[in-house]
Design a binder for this molecule. Structure first.
Ligand SMILES: NC(=O)c1ccc[n+]([C@@H]2O[C@H](COP(=O)([O-])OP(=O)(O)OC[C@H]3O[C@@H](n4cnc5c(N)ncnc54)[C@H](O)[C@@H]3O)[C@@H](O)[C@H]2O)c1
Ligand SMILES: [Zn+2]
Ligand SMILES: [Zn+2]
Length: 373
């Protein structure tokens, strides 16, 4: 079928997204066609355009935060049928690889290929200007339709608004899980979240859910700091210097139990000031993407080792999509999870470049592209 999509033709050049006609093939084995309600815009999409995530192939169709309704089912599909409401998970989980077997579905072997430029079977499902188009995260939600493998789909209840559910495909579980699982926040702890955008705001929610005593949101943008309070932050500051002073004051110089880095781009200079804020035995979590080629990071290894601190990277907030996507949807249904409040502004697909600019300028917690469903 013919539809529209937002593509990058020259990755890493800040050329912006080209909204144009694309052709999508019917679903093949273990695939479904989904009509999307909406796509969130995550900072990871922008990394392809800026080159922080360097890709040596093109074109790419962006977008990896979507939800919609299954419209067509390919051969060998079990567990899904036409009419099901699904969230698209930005990391697929095959369910039978070594990592899936031990519950680390966020690290599924199949997921290693998400930025390889093809559908999981190594072919193209999308075509533009006579060329095969590679989908971001096997998804490509910058289009009203996707054809995806069922290992990327997680069913949710039909009462959950799909335009909000879209955010549970990446930013929400990534941030929430960064606190809940990767940092393993405990009751009464002091937690610092550095960067409260679409991911970090959910790290604030996660820390609140786990009963943190102090949740300090660090962000240079006043709007983000104001919003962070609504998501449960107990304190807000502009930068790391202020954060360090505040943490020192409130902990008698001991430091925060958990510090999380959720800024737009994790440059190496951030790491040492962040670890200096962590108490002895505490944990520093890095969720943000760093420029892929960055290797030199100034770091006080001596103090870090002798204070028994832990440095924890996290993909997808160390969540398990098939457990945590329905869990978050359930908490939302009960009024215990803020999803509506995460959407600052909605856009048409044609406005995708404006939406990305707004994100770069810090105007949105999340911008969301809406489709006619
Ligand atoms: N690990 C994963 O699985 C995963 C998944 C999704 C996104 N990400 C990454 O997480 C990061 C955040 O994504 P997002 O969509 O929330 O981005 P975003 O643009 O919505 O939010 C980033 C926030 O960081 C703030 N910020 C920038 N510099 C700062 C600084 N020095 N101190 C404090 N705050 C600062 C910005 O004002 C903004 O509010 C990106 O790098 C993204 O690629 C990682
Ligand atoms: Zn994302
Ligand atoms: Zn797997």
């Amino acid at each position: 079928m013919k539809t529209m999509g937002a593509l990058i033709w020259e990755p890493g050049t800040r050329s912006g997204w080209s909204v144009e006609e694309i052709e999508i093939d019917p679903p093949k084995s273990r695939e479904v066609k989904i009509k999307l309600a909406a796509s969130g815009i995550c900072h990871s999409d922008d990394h392809v355009d800026t080159g922080d995530i360097p890709l040596d192939w093109a074109p790419i169709i962006g977008g990896h935060e979507g939800a919609g309704i299954i419209e067509e089912v390919g051969p060998h599909v079990t567990g899904f049928e036409v009419g099901d409401h699904v969230v698209l998970s930005f990391m697929p989980a095959c369910g039978h690889c070594e990592k899936c077997n031990v519950g680390l579905t966020n690290l599924c072997t199949m997921g290693a290929g998400v930025l390889g430029g093809f559908a999981p079977d190594g072919t193209h499902r999308i075509h533009a200007r006579g060329q095969g188009v590679g989908p971001f995260s096997y998804l490509g939600t910058f289009s009203p339709y996707v054809v995806v493998n069922i290992d990327s789909c997680v069913k949710i209840g039909k009462d959950i608004p799909l335009d909000k559910a879209a955010l549970i495909g990446c930013g929400v579980p990534t941030g929430w899980g960064s606190s809940v699982y990767a940092a393993d926040v405990q009751l009464g702890e002091t937690v610092v979240v550095i960067g409260t955008g679409g991911v970090g705001m959910n790290a604030v929610q996660g820390a609140v859910h786990k009963g943190a005593k102090n949740v300090i949101a660090v962000d240079p943008v006043e709007f983000k700091r104001d919003q962070a309070k609504k998501f449960g932050a107990t304190h807000t500051v502009n930068d790391l210097t202020q954060a360090a002073e505040l943490v020192s004051d409130m902990t008698g110089g001991q430091g925060a139990d958990k510090v999380l880095i959720t800024v737009d781009v994790a440059h190496g200079e951030l790491l040492n000031p962040a670890q200096e804020m962590v108490c002895r035995g505490g944990t520093l979590v890095v969720t943000s993407a760093a420029p892929v080629t960055q290797r030199d990071v100034p770091f006080d290894l001596f103090t870090f080792a002798m204070s028994g601190k832990r440095l924890q990277g996290t993909l997808y907030g160390s969540t398990n999509a098939r457990r945590d996507i329905p869990l978050i949807a359930d908490m939302y249904r009960r009024g215990e999870f803020k999803l509506d409040e995460l959407v600052t502004k909605t856009y048409e697909l044609e406005q995708v470049n404006e939406a990305i600019t707004d994100m770069r300028e810090g105007k949105n917690i999340r911008g969301v592209i809406m489709y006619d469903l």
